[in-house]
Design a protein around this ligand. Structure first.
Ligand code: ATP
Length: 329
């Protein structure tokens, strides 16, 4: 018999208590010889996510993010610890859980490559046994908000990356999941597609209260969507809190790129320093926790500013600075 805790307290919709995942790996060391090694992909990982929260889950390559998501969907069984999603043990009741979760892997598609988009949706309608009215309603909503109308009859292989991603997000939502795992949903997308995907996710979370766990290398995704971010490295939780706190912990810097009307000596402005000059373009580093708008206003008041952009530090840089800070403290 299984115990369904979903009717219990709502504070912990996703619950991990000292979860571990160890892989046995064989490495060839000679013609007929191999060595067995253990890789601890997830190491005593504990956290909870309340229903309706949108959380960023970040870390460098090989940190254990995908392994965590695979355990949360029930694809992988933990080697130790306790894990529950909506009160369900994912690896024991994978099919029951599948009705309540949606998954989008940015680098892979769940759609049928040779079929028009709408046929993939029809197949999912049957596979998940989604009631007709609910399927219609969810499909119509996704088609409208993700602007899929003109794409429904196009075979998936002919879609651009951004179109395919929107198609995949709709596919993950047709059965009204309560929780959505997104693995790099904006990878390789242009600025407009990224903005569209982000605004859709924000609305979904606000209107439907869908719990979202978002893995990304793009800190702007996190900045625009998540109040809370968890950083994992070597399978361990390194940080759990607001993104601004992460910047403070890592003392990271953002870069403001300004295009001036003409070539000028390095800009002189408080709380930023010029790190590169190329003709009329200058790069200024400033503390990531400071306001870019204030800095831009100060520069615009003194210099002939034509154009600008802000570059976020990449996650690897933020995390390596976090380590440096820890080593020094
Ligand atoms: N099936 C497997 N067999 C053996 N080792 C694995 C397996 N899956 C993952 N690993 C190892 O576990 C560690 C964590 O991998 P994981 O894919 O979870 O990282 P990640 O944070 O998702 O990385 P990325 O950002 O590169 O996708 C890595 O050292 C990886 O090589």
């Amino acid at each position: 018999m299984t115990t369904d805790l979903s009717a219990g307290p709502v504070d912990a919709f996703i619950e991990l208590d000292r979860v571990e995942k160890v892989f046995d790996v064989r490495k060839k060391t000679g013609f007929l010889r191999s060595e067995r090694r253990q890789v601890r992909a997830v190491d005593s990982l504990s956290f909870t996510v309340p229903r309706g929260e949108m959380v960023g889950y970040i870390g460098p390559n090989g940190a254990g993010k995908s392994t965590t998501i695979k355990m949360l969907t029930g694809i992988l069984t933990p080697s130790g610890g306790r894990l529950r999603v909506a009160g369900i043990d994912p690896s024991r009741e994978r099919t029951r859980l599948a009705r309540r979760i949606g998954v989008v892997f940015g680098q892979r598609t769940t759609l049928w490559w040779d079929l028009p988009l709408i046929d993939s949706y029809r197949l999912m309608h049957r596979m998940y046994r989604i009631p007709d009215a609910r399927y219609r309603e969810n499909l119509d909503r996704c088609v409208e908000l993700l602007e899929l109308g003109e794409l429904l009859d196009v075979p998936v292989r002919q879609l651009s990356l951004g179109q395919r991603m929107r198609g995949d997000i709709a596919a993950a939502l047709l059965h009204d999941p309560e929780v959505l795992y997104l693995d790099e949903p904006t990878i390789g997308l242009d600025v407009i597609s990224k903005a569209r995907v982000r605004s859709f996710l924000r609305d979904l979370n606000a209107e439907r209260g869908t719990t979202v766990l978002l893995t990304t290398h793009d800190l702007t995704d996190i900045e625009q969507l998540c109040r809370r971010v968890m950083v994992i490295d070597h399978g361990r939780l390194m940080y759990d809190g607001p993104l601004t706190g992460l910047h403070e912990v890592g003392e990271s810097e953002r870069t403001l790129v300004v295009d001036l009307e003409r070539e000028l000596p390095p800009v002189e402005v408080a709380s930023a320093r010029v790190v590169k000059v190329e003709g009329p373009r200058q790069w200024l580093a400033f503390p990531a926790s400071a306001s870019a708008a204030e800095l831009v206003a100060r520069i615009a008041a003194q210099y002939p500013l034509v154009d600008l952009s802000v570059r976020e530090p990449d996650i690897e840089t933020v995390i390596s600075r976090m380590y440096e800070e820890k080593a020094l403290s």
